[in-house]
Design a protein around this ligand. Structure first.
Ligand code: B12
Ligand code: SF4
Length: 456
């Protein structure tokens, strides 16, 4: 449908910080969804993933100055809000309207307009329909109140309800992304893509920001999911997919349906998903393995019952070993997300969780500290916290909630990473995956960070 007033839109993920950002680039799925909606509404849309393309800030500034878009759309999680602010400052003289969407503006709402004075408007929540309505409002001269979901000066935010119907929104515009540049260290093959097959989560973990998609779980049907997988395989040479659903395994029968559909179509693709330790069983895991599942990430969080209670994870310490054993028996690798040094934990409690990761025989572990991001229950209850550095996070300092002295927690974190990975088996597995997925650079970066930390 042609837009009443077609606009030239650039949606962008800005370059990395010069100080060296952590992490391999994964596709900016949110931008790709918004791009598809705006394009369908008749606008001319480009996605400029300067982060993935490895652009310098100077090149980014030149291109924005040259292209002078009607609308520049930025996205931000809280830890990269400073990067979005920098991009908005640079782009201000060259873009008619500057917008920001994503978890950060959704969580902090109007405060983002003070944090980033160069922004014109921000979008709260899922952005597909809101972005289309916002551009129509801009084209109409911003007459009257802004559409629901829009954060703007001088008007209260009216939440955008109902949430988008996942069966009806357009698939992400991957044709606008540099798909060949994306990598994931734990992928078992090159050709990497990401997908989201459900939104929202009914659980209540205190460290989790559910501001964007809320608590109501909405899921796509198996045939629709596998259609999108197939189109990624056909059109973008994708051979390994990360499912970014908060709860891919929430409804057993849906997972069974997706796996059976993959098998029925004979789709040659491998994948990873996130699961809860209370949501899997051996029979399901064996089916998932046959359908290409190679890794499942579980929010183990802690080996201490008191910490699980603080995190409101609603799982028990005892459930993790069973889920990890079943995952191993099915031939799927396990990744444990773990939080060290939460309030109430002393050094011995932290060590207990580190040992717990060995006991459950996780193939990979991602150790973090407890950060209270805006939008999480913890943030409203505890505020920000102390600064603790994680070895693998490059320049990122994370405000951390802990009763331990920051130096001590940092040392424990370092020993957790180095103890776990600087051993022959995990190193060999990482190297094998790095070669298989084409992520050698990331493996070298991780290895160097760990080596430096071990020697310090
Ligand atoms: C994939 C993912 C990542 C990926 C990459 C993210 C990316 N750039 O795409 C990786 C692994 C790198 C990552 C890392 C981290 N992540 Co993360 N991640 C996710 C996850 C699981 C999925 C994101 C996604 O693709 N969602 C699907 C799309 C459709 O949703 P979306 O991105 O929100 O986009 C929609 C809207 O936000 C909006 N929108 C977004 N951008 C724009 C732009 C415009 C112009 C408009 C109009 C609208 C709009 O419209 C989109 C479509 O509806 C989310 C959880 C979740 N369910 O969303 C957490 C999440 C975003 N991550 C989070 C966090 C905390 C982190 C880490 C800090 C974790 C850690 N402890 O290290 C790191 C930070 C990394 C860094 N650089 O600083 C939080 C963010 C909270 C916050 N307030 O910022 C989330 C929400 C998890 C949670 N529930 O708490 N993450
Ligand atoms: S951490 Fe996972 S299970 Fe817990 S509320 Fe967030 S998305 Fe849901």
């Amino acid at each position: 449908m042609p837009a009443l007033v077609p606009m030239r839109v650039i949606l962008t993920r800005p370059p990395r910080r010069e100080t060296g950002d952590a992490g391999l680039p994964v596709p900016p799925l949110g931008l790709a969804y918004v791009a598809a909606a705006l394009r369908n509404a008749g606008h001319t849309v480009d996605i400029l993933d300067a982060y993935a393309l490895g652009w310098t800030w100077a090149r980014f500034a030149d291109v924005i100055a040259q292209r002078r878009p009607d609308v520049l759309g930025l996205t931000a999680m809280t830890p990269v809000a400073d990067v979005a602010a920098r991009a908005a400052r640079l782009a201000r003289p060259h873009a008619r309207h500057i917008l920001l969407g994503g978890p950060h503006p959704t969580a902090v709402e109007h405060a983002v307009l003070d944090e980033m004075p160069e922004l014109d408007h921000a979008v709260a929540g899922e952005g597909e329909a809101t972005a289309v309505a916002l551009l129509a409002w801009l084209a109409a001269g911003q007459e009257g109140p802004p559409p629901p979901g829009v954060i703007t000066r001088g008007h209260p935010l009216v939440p955008s309800t109902p949430e988008p119907d996942l069966a009806r929104i357009a698939r992400p515009a991957r044709d606008l992304l540099p798909m060949g540049t994306y990598r994931y260290l734990f992928a078992t093959r090159p050709g990497f893509g990401t997908m989201i097959t459900s939104r929202g989560c009914p659980f209540r973990c205190s460290f989790c920001d559910k501001s964007v998609s809320g608590s109501r779980w909405r899921a796509r049907q198996p045939a629709d999911v596998v259609d999108e997988m197939e189109s990624m395989v056909r059109n973008h040479a994708v051979r390994f997919i990360n499912f970014y659903d908060d709860n891919f395994t929430l409804r057993r029968e849906r997972v069974v349906g997706i796996c059976e559909e993959i098998l029925r179509r004979g789709l040659d693709v491998e994948w990873k998903c996130e699961g809860r330790v209370d949501g899997v069983d051996l029979e399901l895991l064996r089916l998932m393995r046959r359908a290409g599942c190679r890794t499942i990430a579980y929010g183990v969080e802690s080996g201490n019952a008191e910490t699980l209670a603080l995190l409101r994870k609603d799982v028990t310490v005892e459930q993790a070993p069973a889920a990890f054993a079943a995952t191993r028996a099915a031939g799927i690798r396990s990744l444990a997300y773990v939080i060290l040094g939460a309030p109430g934990e002393d050094a011995e409690a932290v060590r207990r969780t580190i040992r717990f990761c060995d006991e459950i025989r996780a193939d990979y572990v991602q150790f973090s500290t407890l950060t209270a991001f805006p939008g999480t229950p913890l943030f409203s209850e505890h505020g920000r916290g102390a600064d603790v550095r994680n070895p693998v996070d490059g320049d990122l300092h994370r405000a951390t909630l802990t009763d331990l002295p920051p130096d001590e927690l940092q040392a424990l974190l370092r020993s957790a990473w180095t103890r776990f990975y600087l051993r022959p088996r995990p190193m060999a597995r990482l190297l094998r995956d790095a070669f298989a997925s084409g992520s050698i650079g990331e493996a070298v970066r991780l290895g160097t960070a760990l080596g430096r930390w071990a020697a310090a």
